[in-house]
Structure formats: C-alpha cells, structure tokens
Design a protein around this ligand. Structure first.
Ligand code: HEM
Length: 485
C-alpha cells in the first residue's frame, strides 16, 4: 500500500489539498470553521502528551537480546532460561527517579533499570534500579517518600528540608542514602552501572520446588561514575547526556552488555537468616549466597520512535512468567498493584496491546472492549468462561507455586530495627578518598536544610552506622558531634 511519495492525508485518509494555508473568507480571513483539517490538526496537537510517569519520568531505552550462558533449570522452569545459548528479545528503559520528563540526566538520584523480556511464555518484566536496596521497606510509605523528592506543592521548588526530615525520621533509608551519596550516586552513563532486581523473588522448577533469588546485572563496560562538579556542569551543558550516550553508542555499534547473575537462597533459610531476607533495605551477603551466572544481556538497537517505544513502554514487577513468582516483600507486594494501575491511567486500559508492550506470543483471554481496543477484540470467539465453545483453557501447570503463610493480621513493621549494620559496613568498605567524597556530598546536600534538629537527627543515624561517619558529617556541617547513641 505505502508509496514513498504518497499524498499527505487527513487522519481519516483523505488527500489534503493545502497544509500551509487555513481556509479563510478571503485572504484576510476570518478563518472558516468548515476547515476540518485545521480543526483536526489543532485538536490532535492538544492531545499529544500523555501524563508523564509519576516517578522515573525521564529516561532512555533500547532493544536487545538476552542469551542464557548457564543451565539453571534445576531452579526455574522459566522457558526463556531453559537452555544454554537460547536468546530472547528484550527492551530496556533506564531512567532517573525524581525529575520531570525534561529534567537533567546527571543528577544525584537512583537510576531505574527496567527490562522487558519477550519470552515464549509471555512477557517478563524486571523493574529494578542501579542500587541493590531501597529507601523504605513498606509500600504504604512510598507516596510520602516521593512527595519529599518532588516539588513543594506551595512553592513548586525542590525542598531539602522535606528530603532530610523524611529520611531522618525513616532510619531504614540509611543504607540507600549512603549508597546514593557515594560515588555511585551519579553514574557516568547508563552503560556504566550495574542493575539490580532489588527485591527477593521466587524461582520454581518443573517439580514445583522453589528457591528465593535476587538478581544482579553486572555491567561489562565497568562501573564508572561522574564527579559531582562534572555532573553539575553537564546538567546545564547537556541535560540529555545519558540518553545521548546510550543512543550514540548503539548507533556506532558499540553495544553495551551486562552479565545477569542471581543469588540463590533455599526457602527454609528465610526463617533463620540473620535478618528478614524480604526486607528491601538489606543486601544478602555474597559470602552466604554467591553470585551465580545466568546469562548475558546485549543492547543493539535504538528505538525507531521515542514516544511509541520508550514513553509508551509499560513495565510492571507483576508481569511474570511461569517459573518466576514474587516474595512476601511488602514493597514488592505494593508494587504489584501500583504499576498496572499507573499504566491504565497513563497509557490506557488496553496498553498491553501497543506494539512495545504486546507479547510476541498470542494473547488469548476473555477480556473485551475498553478505550482504544484496536485489534479485532476477540472477533466472534467465546467471550466468557466457563464455556462449552472450546475457548482458551487454563494451564494448571502454570499456577503460582504454593507457599504457606501464618501470622496475626495487623499493621506491623518488619521485626528487625537494625538499620545501621549494613549502612556502616558499606561506609567501612569505602576507600579513604571515597569516604571523603561521601561526606562532602552529604554535607553539600544537607547544608540547605534550615532546621538543626533535622540535621542532628540525621547525624545521629550516621553515627550509629559508624561513629567516624557521624562525626565527619557533623564536623562538615559545623554541628556538635553526637557523644552517645
Ligand atoms: C516506575 C510506583 C518502588 C523502580 C514507577 C511508576 C510507579 C511506581 C507508579 C510509574 C509507572 C509507569 O507510569 O509506567 C512504585 C511504588 C513503589 C515503587 C508504589 C513502592 C511500593 C520501586 C522500587 C524500585 C522501583 C523498590 C526498584 C527496585 C521503578 C522503575 C520505574 C518505576 C525502574 C520506571 C519503569 C519504566 O522504566 O517505565 N514506580 N515504585 N520502584 N519504578 Fe517504582
């Protein structure tokens, strides 16, 4: 049908006679309302924007593939992991968290690391970050936390008071705050950072046996970060620095790649491990659970169209395939609701039918209708279940693996209140120079906080993680050093 020099048409396909001059009464006008091409053009333009993502609004994406390099079928029946050498197409989106769609790439912020695997059993989304832990560990705190990262509703300005007020009153954030303020808080590019699933997930094999797992994407470009002053300069000189870097690298054939590894924990260890392994503010020791290679991810194709692919992409931690289930992690459980709900609002009820989101396998179900249903809507096939019409049937072998739960139903925190050991371990692991930059970054970020109470409360947390850590931040801020904890 399509020809290279075909006519310009209206959206209803009729040839357009004039796209430069509105229809007017004489050359002076006024403009005639009967110029429906003009009306359509202006009206469509008004509707060009969809809401930006409420978090992770700014990002870049690319297509690629995943190749299995290690046989882990004794742990998972996920078909895309069934054979060494097997390749699965995928789409990745990297992002910053707090800024708007037009914000600068090189700010100090976690980076989103979302992967959509188009597997033969449907899509599998891994929606993680470039950090292994998170600021909070209960979904009920997420909207409040994000309010502090966004603009003050009164002034429309960023608000360091809110940021540090919230963190100092939420000590579970300390591990992630330490990571964020360290060199890794500003990756040099999207290509030079690791990725993490962060949460604990569950793998189940063909016999129904399960294990708990954590995902690690290891960059094959090596980790590189930006010094704060360089990042600040780039933020004004080239706010799209990271998106541009990814695009250019792929255009010139310098395809970025990551090795995917997992940590594997036997199910029963979850009851006896020294902290709750579902708490997303903690990492599992790699001495206890070493990294095991799974495969390799390569990004080798840029999107043809940013809006169609990157902006309309809808990732959700609830987009799972048989062999991969969730864990009781309270953040993850909340996310299972939040993402598909956001997609229905942001992109629409039928967002899963858009080319970027559509699985590469046939979708067979009894869902019908909804705004923008643009396929055949099931045609004349069975539209309810159970039916005796031979409609699509359940696959019982794909049921989520069962696991037992017990407990008293109440609003209650995780058992452990130790927010300090792992944050302190991370501090002690840093070199002298890295510690110096960490403290500098924290002091720089906390200086604009107006309230000494907030600063002192936060210093108390650094002190509890490691007395030297607390003392150095206190010194930098010219505040008293906490004497005791
Ligand atoms: C994006 C909610 C925690 C990583 C989003 C979006 C929402 C959301 C509503 C926008 C989705 C869209 O419009 O497409 C939440 C809630 C959380 C939570 C309620 C806690 C309960 C996390 C955590 C991580 C994470 C712990 C990482 C481990 C991401 C990423 C994106 C995102 C990478 C961008 C996805 C993309 O590239 O399209 N989140 N989030 N979030 N979130 Fe979360």
């Amino acid at each position: 049908m399509s020809k290279s020099n075909e006519n310009l048409t209206t959206s209803w396909g009729a040839p357009v006679g004039d796209n430069q001059n509105s229809m007017t009464a004489g050359s002076r006008g006024p403009t005639l309302i009967q110029d429906v091409h003009l009306l359509e053009k202006l009206a469509h333009f008004n509707r060009e924007r969809v809401p930006e993502r409420v978090v992770h609004a700014k990002g870049g994406g690319a297509h690629g593939y995943f190749e299995v390099t290690n046989d882990l079928t004794k742990y998972t029946k996920a078909k895309f992991l069934s054979e060494v050498g097997k390749q699965t197409p995928l789409f990745v989106r990297f992002s910053t968290v707090a800024g708007e769609l037009g914000s600068a790439d090189t700010v100090r912020d976690p980076r989103g690391f979302s992967v959509k695997f188009y597997t033969e059993d449907g899509n599998y989304d891994l929606v993680g970050n470039n950090t292994p832990v998170f600021f909070i560990r209960d979904a009920i705190k997420f909207p409040d936390f994000i309010h502090t990262q966004k603009r003050n509703p009164k002034t429309h300005l960023k608000n360091p008071n809110a940021v540090w007020d919230f963190w100092s009153l939420s000590p579970e954030s300390l591990h992630q705050v330490t990571t964020l303020m360290s060199d890794r808080g500003i990756p040099a590019t999207f290509r030079h950072m690791h990725g993490y699933g962060s949460h604990t997930f569950k793998w189940t094999n063909a016999d129904g046996d399960g294990v708990w797992i954590k995902y690690h994407f290891k960059t094959e470009q090596g980790v590189k970060n930006l010094a704060t002053d360089v990042a600040d300069r780039l933020a004004s000189e080239n706010p799209d620095y990271h998106i541009e870097d990814l695009y250019n690298a792929i255009e010139k054939g310098d395809y970025p790649s990551w090795k995917l590894c997992v940590q594997i924990m036997p199910l029963e260890d979850a009851d006896t491990y020294r902290f709750d392994p579902f708490d997303v503010t903690k990492v599992w020791s790699q001495k206890d659970y070493p990294l095991i290679e799974v495969g390799r991810m390569v990004l080798n194709k840029n999107p043809e169209n940013y809006f169609a692919e990157v902006e309309q992409a809808a990732f959700s931690p609830g987009t799972l395939v048989p062999g991969i289930d969730v864990s009781p992690d309270k953040m993850l459980q909340g996310r299972l609701f939040a993402y598909h709900d956001a997609h229905r609002y942001r992109v629409g009820a039928n967002h899963q039918m858009l080319p970027i989101n559509r699985p590469k396998v046939e979708v067979n179900n009894y869902q019908r209708d909804g705004q923008m249903r643009f396929d055949s809507n099931g045609g004349g096939s069975a539209y309810y279940e159970p039916n005796s019409l031979g409609g699509p049937a359940e696959a019982p072998e794909s049921k989520q693996a069962a696991y037992s739960v017990s407990g008293v139903a109440e609003s209650v925190a995780y058992d452990s209140e130790d927010h300090y050991t792992q944050a302190g371990d991370l501090y002690r692991l840093l070199s002298k120079e890295e510690k110096m930059r960490l403290v500098e970054n924290i002091v720089g970020a906390m200086k604009p906080v107006e309230s000494d109470d907030i600063k002192l409360r936060q210093i108390g947390h650094f002190y509890k993680a490691d007395p030297e850590y607390g003392k150095r931040v206190a010194e930098g801020l010219g505040l008293p050093i906490p004497q005791e904890v």
